[in-house]
Design a protein around this ligand. Structure first.
Ligand code: F6R
Ligand code: ZN
Length: 195
């Protein structure tokens, strides 16, 4: 690929990029062990492998100095009372940050540090979220009908570390309680010194 400047259009509110070089899709089957209600997860999966989220990314060289960017779309839905969400990750180069800009929908970003400090921030159209270096991040669609659409940009050499999150998930889960999203403790989560 050459390194000339390039542009692309994203239809507002919250459309799909008009051009993109990489389209990643994640289905229910790739989220095994991530939802607290394992019975409902298994029952849903038996009925079909639903598409949970998609990422459209513009490819650039994955090296320091470059910026990877694209659109993440989390579809609406729940597994039991837990909303559809991304797998979530630390960056492999942990000291790299990320900026998210919410284009459409309703949701939250669940975040935590390796020490177990946690944060949950609202995402709605127009909201910019800065994820500082060292914070793992997962987007959650808390809307009942609409996609949660965000634009993201991060250092191209950051890489992804999914392993730590796959083991026990995030410290906090986002569930529907009384028709509204609520933050609850993840019963599987252990503090770093007890792992
Ligand atoms: C990149 C980033 C987003 C996510 C996307 C899907 O560093 O944070 O592009 O990759 O929202 O989430 P994951 O990668 O956790 O499946
Ligand atoms: Zn990231």
């Amino acid at each position: 690929m050459d390194n000339r400047p390039f542009t692309f259009d994203i239809a507002l509110p919250g459309g799909i990029p008009s051009t993109y070089s990489n389209h990643i899709t994640r289905r229910l089957s790739s989220m095994r062990g991530q939802y607290a209600d394992e019975e409902t997860y298994a029952a849903l999966l038996a009925g079909g492998d639903a598409l949970l989220y998609e990422v459209y990314e513009e490819q650039v060289p994955e090296k320091a100095g470059e910026l990877l960017h694209g659109i993440s779309i989390v579809h609406p839905g729940k597994v039991g009372d837990e909303y559809f969400m991304t797998k979530g990750h630390f960056h492999a180069e942990i000291a790299t940050a990320e900026v998210y800009y919410c284009l459409a929908g309703q949701g939250v970003m669940v975040m935590e540090t390796p020490e177990g400090v946690w944060a949950v921030e609202e995402l709605r159209a127009g909201k910019v979220l800065y994820v500082p270096p060292r914070w793992a991040h997962r987007s959650v669609n808390t809307g009942s009908e609409a996609d949660l659409v965000t634009f993201f940009v991060y250092p191209a050499h950051a890489g992804h570390d999914y392993g730590s999150i796959e083991k026990q998930g995030f410290r906090k889960l986002i569930v529907e309680q009384g028709g509204r999203p609520a933050i609850v403790d993840n019963p599987r989560w252990l503090p770093p010194e007890q792992r």
